[in-house]
Design a binder for this molecule. Structure first.
Ligand SMILES: NC(=O)C1=CN([C@@H]2O[C@H](COP(=O)(O)OP(=O)(O)OC[C@H]3O[C@@H](n4cnc5c(N)ncnc54)[C@H](O)[C@@H]3O)[C@@H](O)[C@H]2O)C=CC1
Ligand SMILES: CC(=O)C(=O)O
Ligand SMILES: [Mg+2]
Length: 372
């Protein structure tokens, strides 16, 4: 199969969809790999690294999209990229379609087959292609939030760990999955007073066991959030209902009970965000203020640490990328229900129920598509 990997064009996105090691494996499996010139530079990989791996360097994204049977990326295709997708072509990348009707419309119109990293599952019900980036974004969240808490950035001027005689920051993390757990580890390490909320009692038990009294767990309902908000210096949004638009858990009105200069870090922004006042921001201009509360809502947080993130993502995507290339998407998905769960769009039809529900578009069963 001809596999193509273009340079990411989302603002300040330095990751790349294929590492030289992934290219090497694909070539070893008999595939032809095209990498756009300079695509790996932001993650510390030179064109020569890819040539050593057996890949071919091509100058433009147009050549990649025109020549590749499968395009492997990191972020959702931007408008100019969507125009280059075509019927029969496989797109393997993050999509986050539920909050993004424009992208969904364009992918349906292109006729391509789009497999979303964030809805591929594993045997334990986890999300193996989202998890590595959630590990990164979770670790970054308290770091970015603590930067936003500084006075020069509009924050209240509270130090995460406090100092002897002065209390540490109070941090609430809503959602105790991969992002929430990683964020808790860093926030606890910085010395903050951390509360994690989740709807899953088994998850709260796990966190209680692992953190051994170094954080508080609380069942997540409206009352718990209302009770915590007035005391929190930072709230990290880390909820997920796979593929679906994130539930709104803090309203604009509730910002009024928080102390001025407190910070909301909405990691769930890629699924539309879990605070009513969230809107996506970029690394170039990451924060804004609403009613005295600082919001950090960067939708591609792992892009900030592109070297670590690219390698972690490449390790996770590699076996799925190879299966798609070796068997073709249809057979690969037919043989692996977890990969089939990644199928969001095929030949002008939506194949993921939570996306269809969020956008009011009819959905065809992915099982039917692979059998057809
Ligand atoms: N902004 C960025 O750059 C990045 C964003 N993300 C996003 O972060 C979000 C979280 O991802 P993961 O931690 O991997 O998901 P996960 O599935 O591991 O964890 C989500 C947790 O949210 C909980 N949850 C669901 N509804 C809830 C509610 N109403 N209240 C409290 N908890 C609730 C679930 O029980 C689960 O434990 C996703 O939207 C993901 O796409 C992930 C990586 C990078
Ligand atoms: C998961 C995601 O949206 C990212 O890594 O950018
Ligand atoms: Mg998007």
């Amino acid at each position: 199969m001809k596999i193509g990997c273009p340079t990411e064009i989302k603002p300040q996105e330095f990751r790349v969809g294929m590492t030289p090691n992934a290219a090497r494996e694909a070539v070893h499996h008999g595939h032809e790999v095209m990498i756009q010139a300079g695509a790996g530079i932001g993650a510390g990989f030179t064109d020569a690294d890819y040539v050593d791996a057996g890949a071919r360097i091509v100058d433009t994204a147009e050549e990649i999209f025109a020549g590749a049977e499968m395009v492997v990326k990191v972020k959702e295709p931007q408008a100019v990229e969507r125009k280059m997708l075509r019927e029969g072509q496989v797109l393997f990348t993050y999509l986050h379609l539920a909050p993004d009707p424009e992208q969904t419309k364009d992918l349906l119109a292109s006729g391509c087959t789009a497999i979303a990293y964030e809805t591929v599952t594993d045997a334990r019900g986890g999300l193996p292609l989202l998890a590595p980036m959630s590990e990164v974004a979770g670790r970054l969240a308290p770091q970015s939030g603590s930067w936003a808490l500084q006075k020069a950035n509009g924050g209240s001027g509270v130090l995460m760990g406090g100092v002897p005689g002065v209390r540490p920051a109070n941090v609430a993390i809503i959602g105790g999955g991969v992002v929430g757990t990683a964020a808790a580890r860093v926030a606890v390490g910085m010395g903050a007073n951390v509360t994690v909320l989740d709807r899953s009692v088994p998850r709260l038990s796990y966190l209680d066991d692992v953190f051994m009294g170094r954080l508080t767990t609380q069942y997540s309902d409206k009352g718990a959030v209302e009770d915590l908000l007035p005391r929190m210096d930072m709230v990290i949004g880390a909820v997920l209902i796979p593929g679906a638009a994130a539930p709104k858990l803090v309203s604009r009105e509730q910002l009024g009970v928080m102390s001025p200069g407190s910070v909301l870090v909405d990691v769930a922004i890629d699924q539309g965000g879990c605070f009513e006042t969230s809107k996506p921001t970029t690394h170039e201009d990451p924060i804004y203020e609403v009613d005295g509360i600082i919001h950090y809502c960067v939708a591609n947080m792992p892009g900030a640490v592109a070297r670590t993130s690219t390698i972690a993502l490449g390790n996770a995507t590699m076996p799925f990328m190879l299966a798609l290339a070796d068997k073709g998407w249809k057979q690969a998905c037919a043989e692996d229900e977890n990969l089939l769960n990644g199928l969001n769009v095929h030949a002008g039809q939506l194949t993921y129920y939570a996306v269809g529900k969020a956008l009011g578009i009819d959905v065809i069963s992915p099982q039917k598509v692979v059998k057809g």
